[in-house]
Design a protein around this ligand. Structure first.
Ligand code: FES
Length: 109
């Protein structure tokens, strides 16, 4: 399967374009962590900590639908946006080619 390209905006506003593999079963959270982004992922990807929160600023509509559990967790956040997602709930796939995400978790909790 081909790699996809994802643009990532960090806390300081800098944007980096990275190639991501779609054949390793990685979530977006695991991919971001693996690339040294400041994401705690305290719950290990169980949709329970929300430290992996991202705002999807391009390609939101091409993502798989949000589950009730994911939405319930996001809804506890003060900085939820209309295109917020938990990156641990997004498995890298070809539909995600060219999405852009902004890191929203504070990396502290
Ligand atoms: S890693 Fe905890 S909610 Fe995503």
């Amino acid at each position: 399967m081909p790699d996809i390209t994802i643009q990532i905006e960090n806390h300081d506003g800098s944007v980096t374009k990275l190639e991501a593999p779609t054949d390793m079963g990685l979530s977006l959270m695991e991919f971001l962590k693996g690339n040294e982004y400041d994401i705690m992922a305290t719950c290990g990807g169980m949709a329970l900590c929300a430290t992996c929160h991202v705002e999807v600023t391009n390609g939101f509509d091409s993502l798989p639908e949000i589950t009730d559990d994911e939405y319930a967790m996001l809804d506890t956040l003060p900085n939820i946006t209309p295109t917020s997602r938990l990156s641990c709930q997004l498995k890298l796939s070809e539909q995600m080619n060219d999405i852009k995400v902004k890191i929203m978790g504070d990396g502290l909790s």
